[in-house]
Write a protein that binds this ligand. Structure first.
Ligand SMILES: Cc1ncc(COP(=O)(O)O)c(C=O)c1O
Length: 387
């Protein structure tokens, strides 16, 4: 095999690797409990189903415009206005095959070899490899001991003349923490003062608990959207339980969006027409309360996860404020999270994701998007083994 240096340098997705191991064990008939998942178990909203069926029945499932269909963009504009207080025009929106491709479109459009992209740890597992895929240098900023959030000063200390973008994900995968308003405001001010892009990966922004709201970066911007350094990323994967449809999008200034369209045109031509129809159907009336039902269900499961984890003698936990992940500190049991995760899979048949994959050792990511029974039994098995 004669692979490129780039292909050889990329790591395999840790979460996909774990899924494979868990599936193999299940196929052998082992009673595996999956606390490593990254998708809700709910069925998709009826509107999504109806719209994609209508298109399928028409018999014409064709290429769409590269940046997405007009009906979907209309829904995305309305959604953005509802939750961000700004109304993007169609030229500010690029629909992509998942939020992941939207982030990729951005990185390929702005990063030159050697440019740095900064993000706080713990971070979504894909960020470092995605930045490398764009020949950039990923810079992870770690929080202080015992913390899960970095400060604006921590980020500022890592800025160099090569910094092209800061990438934030709030509520955060894996910590479940929501970045406070002051931090987001400081990030906007910093990026605007230095002309650095601020990418807000808002894929979980509606899945927040305890009456909290994830602050919108646009609230603190002094610039109109077409001069903005803010790029908002969102999608239907998590909020509408539509991971398999692969629809995400970016909202950004027109010039940047134009560059992202050029990239996408050569990578995938356009996202699937059927999936775009489904996403428009899901967004239209928000699935008739679908998002709120999902959010409430997750808040309940979050409470169950927190209660179960609190029964472990030496676990430290920052209560998740959103998403469907918890990120407890297990270092009092075992500092090497990969070792601990492997042990839990082998001896307790429970899948967890090692904190090291998210840039923060000593922690494990435990999801609560599965069944309540699974959460109770899974954490119970961990307790049985460790305590
Ligand atoms: C933080 C974060 N961003 C983006 C994505 C990707 O979303 P999509 O399925 O829309 O590509 C995920 C999925 O796990 C995620 O956790």
């Amino acid at each position: 095999m004669n692979l490129s240096k780039l292909a050889l340098s990329l790591g395999r997705s840790a979460t996909l690797k774990l899924n494979e191991v868990a599936n193999n064990l299940k196929a052998e008939g082992k009673p595996v409990i999956h606390l490593g998942g990254g998708e809700p178990e709910e069925k998709i909203p009826g509107g999504a189903d109806g719209e994609s069926r209508k298109l399928l029945d028409s018999g014409f499932v064709r290429y769409t415009p590269v940046s997405g269909t007009a009906p979907l963009k209309k829904e995305i504009a309305a959604y953005t206005e509802r939750y961000y207080g700004i109304k993007p025009g169609p030229k500010n929106i690029v629909v992509a095959s998942g939020a992941k491709q939207a982030i990729y479109n951005f990185l390929i459009s702005v990063v030159d070899p050697g440019d740095q992209v900064i993000f706080p740890a713990p971070y979504w597992v894909s960020y470092p490899e995605m930045v490398r895929l764009a020949y950039g240098t990923p810079i992870a900023v770690r929080p202080r001991e015992g913390q899960l959030l970095v400060s604006a000063e921590d980020i500022e200390a890592h800025l160099t003349s090569n910094t092209k973008a800061i990438l934030l994900n709030s509520p955060n995968n894996p910590s479940g923490q929501v970045y406070p308003e002051d931090f987001i405001r400081e990030m906007v001010e910093l990026c605007e003062a230095r002309d650095i892009y601020l990418v807000m990966d808002d894929i979980y922004n509606r899945l927040v608990f305890d009456g909290l709201k994830a602050p919108s970066a646009f609230n603190f911007s002094k610039r109109p959207l077409n001069e903005s350094v803010i790029v908002s990323i969102n999608g239907v994967s998590k909020t509408f339980s539509m991971t398999g449809y692969r629809i995400g999008w970016s909202v950004a200034d027109e010039a940047l969006s134009q560059a992202m369209i050029k990239v996408q045109a050569q990578v995938s031509s356009c996202p699937s027409a059927l999936s775009q129809a489904a996403a428009a159907g899901a967004l239209r009336d928000e699935g008739g309360g679908f998002v709120e039902n999902l959010r409430q269900g997750l808040e309940k499961k979050r409470d169950i996860m927190v209660a179960e984890l609190s029964r472990l003698k030496k676990v430290k936990l920052h209560k998740p404020q959103g998403t469907f992940y918890s990120f407890p500190d297990f270092s009092a049991y075992e500092k090497d999270s990969r070792k601990l995760s492997a042990l839990l899979l082998e001896k307790a048949l429970v899948v967890t994701v090692p904190g090291a994959e998210f840039g923060l050792e000593g922690h494990l990511r435990l999801s609560y998007c599965g069944s309540e029974k699974g959460i109770v039994e899974g954490v119970g098995r961990i307790r049985g083994l460790l305590d």
